[in-house]
Design a binder for this molecule. Structure first.
Ligand code: GLN
Length: 191
């Protein structure tokens, strides 16, 4: 595939920053606001924001099953609230798509006023990665099939399972394209 078209779930939250990041990398995007918008896309970004609000919109009509179906075959990147939506298990309990075999604890890095920038060690080439943590979820458990690509203080912050990628931080707000490049590579079938 020459250049994929990547959907960005645009119901709420930080979707515009993901679009800017992908456009800067020369990747075409489409905003996904209803299930029909998924047709023909090569992958999907689920942005940060507020997972309960995003859930509210996703549980209207047949959006939820359409998204689950899409994610069985297409790569995805979930950041922060998007990671919460992709997880298999969420604390406190809320519905999730069950795409990534992780348990996440919402708001575990503190409240809005505890938002901070930290550094993560990563197995990706290019050295430590900047972490923008905004009411971020902590990955408290990860199944054997989950690859940890970055961690901070011993906790995974960037994970991949097959063609699903999740991170607890707002990579779209950093000047670092490595996480989005993972998604683009997955869309090109170059994991
Ligand atoms: N705390 C939010 C939630 O639980 C996630 C925050 C974020 O995406 N920056 O959905």
């Amino acid at each position: 595939m020459a250049s994929p078209t990547i959907g960005v779930l645009a119901l709420q939250g930080a979707y515009a920053a993901h679009q800017r990041m992908l456009h800067g990398m020369g990747v075409a995007t489409r905003e996904v606001r209803q299930p029909q918008d998924l047709a023909g896309l090569d992958g999907l970004v689920l942005p940060g924001g507020e997972s309960t609000t995003q859930l509210h919109f996703l549980q209207q009509g047949d959006f939820w099953p359409a998204l689950q179906q899409f994610l069985t075959t297409r790569p995805c990147l979930g950041t922060c609230a998007g990671l919460i939506l992709l997880a298999c298990s969420v604390q406190p309990t809320q519905p999730s798509l069950g795409v990534l075999d992780v348990t996440v604890q919402r708001n575990a890095y503190g409240r809005q006023r505890d938002s901070r920038i930290r550094q993560a060690d990563t197995t990706l080439p290019g050295g430590p990665m900047e972490l923008v943590l905004i009411r971020a979820p902590r990955i408290v458990d990860a199944g054997a099939a989950v690859q940890v690509l970055a961690q901070c203080d011993g906790d995974p912050v960037l994970v991949r399972q097959g063609h699903a990628i999740g991170c607890s931080f707002h990579t779209e707000l950093c000047n670092d394209t490595r996480v989005h490049q993972l998604l683009v590579n997955a869309c090109r079938n170059e994991l």
